[in-house]
Write a protein that binds this ligand. Structure first.
Ligand code: HEC
Ligand code: HEC
Ligand code: HEC
Ligand code: HEC
Ligand code: HEC
Ligand code: HEC
Length: 332
């Protein structure tokens, strides 16, 4: 509260000073315009996880439009049962594999790093310390953290579940479905959407509510943020349509942190531009198409500071600045 008051006071003073000193006026104007990200809407922190229609049911009807791509989508394969992960099955038999990996019934990750999980109860996984690193072709490259391979019974619920499974109860830290269900982005779906698609989030008719949609993607993609109510590194029962920032405490200065890899930094920047600076574009959806699994649209917006997270400010755009995605939270 006090902090907000001081910021408000500083803004008023800055405003006064700048109405005298014209050249710095623009910067001060931006300062005053800053929005409170938590100002709109409501949330479900501390409430029970709502009932929702499960992905199997969605895919029964959407098997032709969404089904085929979903099995190749990073979200669709983010956490899989061993029997649905033919591409990874050979991993456990790789020479040098710790014997513990053969006990895994589930795999986490699909593109660069794989972690091994086994079920320990309703909505609970134990996670193995060992990680498999994949090459650019997504083939096994090498083992990491093999000495010694240990099963940890509490880490997954306390540190990972909120972004790698669906419908986590913040009190018990148990998930309601493993993997990322349609619910995580489309929310509690009204089956009448078959007649009126404006009833469902992210339908063609429902992609303009930039603030709420940014909350959806940010609910998993702002790594290192913390829930105010639980202290956990993931949101407390975020439901699509909620304002994520009522409960999630985010350090937006990471958008300027040149030590943060560009993969995570451009996400912080996009979210800050929208929820703090009141911009409408570019949003995650201006550049990413989830089901088409492409970011080709990103080449269209005009050059702006977000482009320089990955491209040089001058010269041809075909030059990109190389970056490696790393995360202390995700342990890679
Ligand atoms: C419930 C958590 C969650 C939500 C919500 C979510 N993501 Fe993700 N996203 C992930 C995870 C986890 C991965 C990495 C999956 C993996 O490789 O294991 C990922 C991967 C991605 C990737 C990389 C895909 C690739 O193939 O390289 C993009 C781009 C992305 N997400 C964009 C978005 C956008 C845009 C939204 C909002 C519409 C969104 N995500 C919502 C968790 C989420
Ligand atoms: C705040 C949400 C969040 C939490 C909590 C979280 N992750 Fe992640 N994780 C993500 C997102 C988002 C990605 C995709 C990032 C990207 O590729 O840019 C990801 C990616 C990963 C990947 C890499 C997948 C790949 O192949 O590229 C691994 C492995 C992983 N997480 C493991 C973990 C583990 C283990 C924990 C708990 C110790 C954890 N994560 C906690 C959001 C989270
Ligand atoms: C990571 C977030 C995310 C998840 C999870 C997700 N979707 Fe989507 N969905 C989107 C976004 C964003 C759009 C808007 C178009 C796009 O980006 O592909 C969309 C669009 C759609 C559309 C409309 C497609 C069109 O032609 O415009 C359908 C149907 C759909 N999703 C079904 C599903 C089903 C079924 C599931 C679960 C198997 C699912 N989605 C899971 C984010 C997600
Ligand atoms: C009984 C069959 C049925 C079920 C179950 C179902 N859908 Fe649909 N869905 C439809 C039909 C029919 C439409 C309208 C025609 C179309 O655009 O595909 C539609 C439209 C959509 C759209 C908007 C497409 C657009 O044109 O913009 C999305 C998004 C979507 N469904 C997602 C889901 C998700 C997520 C689930 C599960 C929670 C789900 N659907 C369950 C039949 C179904
Ligand atoms: C100005 C366009 C633009 C915006 C806005 C944008 N992205 Fe990206 N993003 C990209 C491009 C381009 C890539 C690199 C894609 C590639 O390598 O194919 C990327 C990469 C990613 C990755 C993968 C990082 C990795 O290499 O593992 C994730 C995850 C992601 N974006 C999520 C998001 C989310 C969530 C938002 C909204 C908060 C967002 N992006 C906003 C253009 C954008
Ligand atoms: C997260 C990183 C990321 C961001 C942010 C990003 N780009 Fe890119 N961009 C890439 C990567 C990686 C490629 C090369 C792969 C490809 O073509 O998708 C690329 C390719 C391009 C190309 C094609 C160049 C060529 O000649 O082949 C254009 C044009 C482009 N980006 C424009 C933009 C603009 C404009 C912005 C800002 C609105 C932007 N990019 C933001 C990563 C990014």
């Amino acid at each position: 509260m006090l902090k907000l008051f001081i910021i408000a006071l500083a803004c008023v003073i800055a405003g006064l000073v700048c109405s005298i000193g014209a050249p710095t006026r623009y910067a001060a104007y931006q300062e005053v315009k800053q929005l409170d990200p938590a100002a709109w809407g409501g949330d479900h922190a501390g409430k029970p996880v709502p009932e929702y229609v499960h992905g199997d049911e969605c895919l029964f009807c959407h098997r032709n439009d969404i089904g085929p791509g979903w099995q190749k989508n990073a979200h669709g394969v983010a956490l899989r049962q061993a029997e649905d992960a033919a591409d990874l099955a050979a991993l456990v038999k790789t020479p040098g594999a710790p014997t513990a990996v053969a006990e895994a019934g589930y795999f986490l990750g699909s593109r660069h790093h794989i972690r091994f999980l086994k079920k320990t109860g309703y909505g609970k996984f134990a996670i193995l310390t060992t990680r498999a690193m994949l090459g650019p072709d997504r083939k096994f490259q090498k083992w990491a953290d093999v000495e010694p391979p240990l099963w940890d019974n509490t880490k997954f619920g306390g540190r990972c579940a909120g972004c790698h499974t669906t419908g986590v109860d913040a009190a018990t830290k148990a998930f309601s479905a493993f993997g990322l269900d349609c619910y995580t982005c489309h929310g509690v779906v009204d089956l009448d959407h078959t007649k009126d698609t404006s009833l469902i989030w992210l339908s063609k008719k429902r992609r303009k509510e930039t603030l709420a949609i940014t909350s959806i993607c940010a609910s998993c993609h702002l790594r290192e943020a913390k829930s105010r109510s639980t202290g956990l590194p993931y949101p407390n029962n975020f439901v699509v349509g909620d304002n994520l920032f009522k409960d999630l405490n985010v350090d937006f200065s990471k958008a300027d942190d040149q030590n943060l890899n560009a993969g995570d930094r451009h996400i912080y920047r996009t979210v800050r531009d929208i929820v703090v600076n009141g911009a409408d574009v570019p949003s995650c959806l201006s550049c990413h198409q989830i089901h088409a699994n492409t970011s080709v649209k990103h080449k269209l917006p005009p050059r702006s500071p977000i482009c320089f997270d990955c491209h040089n400010a001058e010269g041809p755009l075909k030059n990109t600045k190389p970056y490696t995605v790393k995360s202390a939270l995700c342990e890679y």
